[in-house]
Ligand binder design. Structure first.
Ligand SMILES: NC(=O)c1ccc[n+]([C@@H]2O[C@H](COP(=O)([O-])OP(=O)(O)OC[C@H]3O[C@@H](n4cnc5c(N)ncnc54)[C@H](OP(=O)(O)O)[C@@H]3O)[C@@H](O)[C@H]2O)c1
Length: 268
């Protein structure tokens, strides 16, 4: 059975690029009414246009900074004002930094935790009653950084561990209300994420991806749609009895150590 989201309202955060863009597009293909959030209005409009081209449904575009309470409140308010309901919340927004305990500062820590955790916590809190009403579900986008141990992304990995446990805790709390909560943890995925982290040129980024691929048991890095397919599967009726899970979509990379070369690169 192909998942069907006709008449379902889906909110995807961090939908103006990368994994969130792919998630929004896949929900659009499956008939969802979408609210999409990002900071870059131009990129967001471009994603909205692609989504609209799928089934003719125009997404609600919300330009907001989800690291701020005001941005989170705006997102929750505009979604419910526009659609009057919410069926699926995809907390995809996230950012990282290449820092260790020896190189970090508190501004970086706060920025990462405000974006990856505080904003997610607050948005979920503000929308939980709407999800209970619709007996909807939540999919949080974490990372294999939350379950593997590598040097070089300290506050990012810590924020994802906390997100993983947040998901499990609210999955148990909300199960009696008919609301499911699941997590998808991507491995290395083609997006702007690592480009932003390392300030890569396109050529440097392509080299980085090339260097990484042989270390992945299934032989390639993920693309956004690999993650999006798991998200729509978990959000659909096909997963009606699935809650509290954390599905790693990573080509098996959680089983291997990153090569010494990559570890070195992460530390620098
Ligand atoms: N790519 C990977 O290898 C990888 C691996 C594991 C997990 N992940 C996770 O996947 C998720 C998506 O990342 P990605 O790879 O798609 O990265 P990306 O291409 O950098 O996309 C990040 C998205 O989040 C938005 N965003 C960032 N900070 C924001 C803020 N303060 N307020 C509102 N929107 C904000 C960005 O919007 P603007 O550009 O409009 O600001 C963009 O739409 C993240 O949670 C990340 O931790 C990625």
């Amino acid at each position: 059975m192909v998942a069907d989201f006709t008449n379902k309202v889906v909110l995807v955060t961090g939908a103006s690029s990368g994994i969130g863009e792919a998630i929004a597009l896949r929900f659009a293909k499956l008939g969802a009414k979408l609210a999409i959030v990002g900071r870059n209005a131009e990129n967001l409009a471009n994603v909205a246009k692609q989504c609209e081209a799928e089934k003719g449904l125009k997404p609600l575009e919300i330009v907001a900074d989800l690291a701020t309470d005001a941005g989170v409140e705006k997102t929750a308010k505009e979604t419910i004002q526009h659609f009057g309901r919410l069926d699926v919340l995809v907390n995809n927004v996230g950012m990282g930094a290449r820092v260790t305990i020896q190189t970090t500062d508190m501004e970086t820590y706060d920025r990462i935790f405000n974006t990856n955790l505080r904003g997610v916590y607050n948005l979920t809190r503000l929308l939980v009653q709407d999800l209970i009403k619709s007996k909807g579900n939540i999919v949080n986008i974490s990372s294999i950084a939350g379950t593997t141990v590598h040097v070089g992304a300290l506050p990012y990995a810590m924020s994802k561990v906390a997100l993983d446990h947040f998901s499990r805790l609210i999955a148990l709390e909300l199960a009696p209300k008919g609301v499911r909560v699941n997590t998808v943890s991507p491995g290395a995925t083609v997006s702007k994420f690592h480009v932003r982290l390392a300030n890569y040129t396109e050529e440097q980024y392509q080299n980085w991806l090339k260097e990484l691929s042989p270390h992945i048991p299934l032989g390639r890095v993920c693309v956004g749609d690999d993650i999006a397919k798991m998200v729509t599967h978990l959000a659909s009726e096909d997963s009606a009895l699935v809650t509290g899970t954390n599905v790693q979509v990573d080509g098996g990379v959680q089983f291997v150590n990153l090569s010494a070369a990559l570890q070195k690169q992460m530390k620098s």
